[in-house]
Design a protein around this ligand. Structure first.
Ligand code: ARG
Ligand code: MN
Ligand code: MN
Length: 340
């Protein structure tokens, strides 16, 4: 069995305390099934292997939360001036992510590493908000870095979005690039300064399907991004060197707390076919694992999301099993599984 590595954690008081938030939520996009991922991942043995092989003390309430208690009685498409399409499930996603942020904060404020299992990528608004707030409190106002591994940038604003799906918008809301809409100020009105990230501390890896409006946002804000073109050109080793150096987390650098948000669709559909918005030409599983291992090695990881596994999609049972296996592998690599 693979031994846990001995990397020292730089921002957590103990190496082995893990908080798990299992989010069975799919309201940030239209395809049913992504809410079944946390249970499928857990049933396949993910948490057992973190306990038994990686020696984590796992703090988990043994529940998959669907957060239906936070769904409003009515949540009609939200029409926003200057938007191309209405925003979908806006109040629901806002309420649910607020509840997620409280659960993640609860773990992170106790100094635990936090693993959030999605669900669609809209849930990252909550997980990142909870991490950012707890780290600011525990570390004297320190900001977190975010490594966003994805085929997509998920940085649409309600105005630029062509789908209205909020899983294409989380980065815009958590960075403050998108504000609560004037038409419905309670949508993401719970996000305060202490929940937010600094867009200059964000790095993308794996991009290959970025909307025209998103490209403008990246350019105007000087956001650091490594596309699949960069992975091909430099190799994943050099890309990780550059990404971590940019975040001040390279060898000999001071380091900053890292939240890793991993969308399984960053992987090529060969390795993760069961996902809602697959895009050809993605990362191999080894490249995905390498990203996770490299972040583990920095000792800076404080939280991870694994999102967009959809056990109802994919050609057949083998496709679904492979996707779940890939997801488990990514998490184990980020949490310290090493071959040697
Ligand atoms: N988390 C994801 N898989 N996001 C896909 C987003 C696709 C597209 N850019 C949109 O805004 O709808
Ligand atoms: Mn994606
Ligand atoms: Mn995504």
């Amino acid at each position: 069995m693979a031994a846990p590595s001995t990397t020292h954690s730089r921002f957590l008081p103990s190496e082995n305390q893990l908080g798990v938030v299992a989010v069975g939520f799919s309201g940030g996009q239209p395809k049913p099934g992504v809410e079944a991922a946390p249970l499928a991942l857990i049933k396949s043995g993910l948490l057992d292997s973190l306990r038994n092989d990686l020696e984590f003390v796992v703090h988990h309430d043994n529940q998959v939360h669907d957060f239906t208690e936070y769904f409003p009685t009515s949540d009609p498409p939200l029409i926003i001036s200057n938007a191309r399409v209405p925003m979908l499930n806006s109040l629901t996603v806002s309420n649910v992510t607020c509840a997620i942020s409280a659960q993640v904060y609860e773990h992170a404020s106790k100094g635990r590493l936090v693993l959030t299992l999605g669900g669609d990528h809209s849930i990252a608004v909550g997980s990142i908000a909870g991490t950012a707030k707890a780290i600011r409190e525990r570390h004297d106002g320190r900001e977190i870095a975010v490594v966003w591994v994805d085929a997509h940038t998920d940085i649409n604003t309600p105005e630029t979005s062509g789908s209205g799906n909020i899983h294409g918008m989380p980065v815009a809301f958590i960075s403050g690039l998108a504000k609560p809409p004037r038409e419905s100020p309670s949508v993401f009105g719970w996000i305060k300064k202490h929940h937010m990230i600094n867009i200059s501390k964000l790095v993308y890896i794996g991009l290959r399907d970025v909307d025209p409006g998103e490209k403008i946002i990246l350019r105007e804000n000087g956001i650091r991004a490594f596309s699949m073109h960069d992975v091909d050109k430099y190799g994943i080793g050099k890309v990780m060197d550059m990404a971590l150096d940019y975040l001040n987390c390279g060898p000999g650098q001071e380091g900053m707390p890292i939240h890793l948000s991993f969308d399984v669709d960053a992987l090529d559909p060969v390795f993760a076919p069961s996902t809602g918005t697959p895009v050809r030409g993605g990362l191999t599983l080894r490249e995905g694992d390498f990203i996770c291992e490299s972040i583990h090695e920095t000792g800076c990881l404080v939280a991870m999301d694994l999102v967009e596994v959809n056990p109802l999609l994919g050609e057949n049972d083998l496709a679904r099993k492979e996707t779940i296996r890939s997801g488990c592998s990514l998490v184990r690599c980020a949490l310290g599984e090493s071959l040697l």
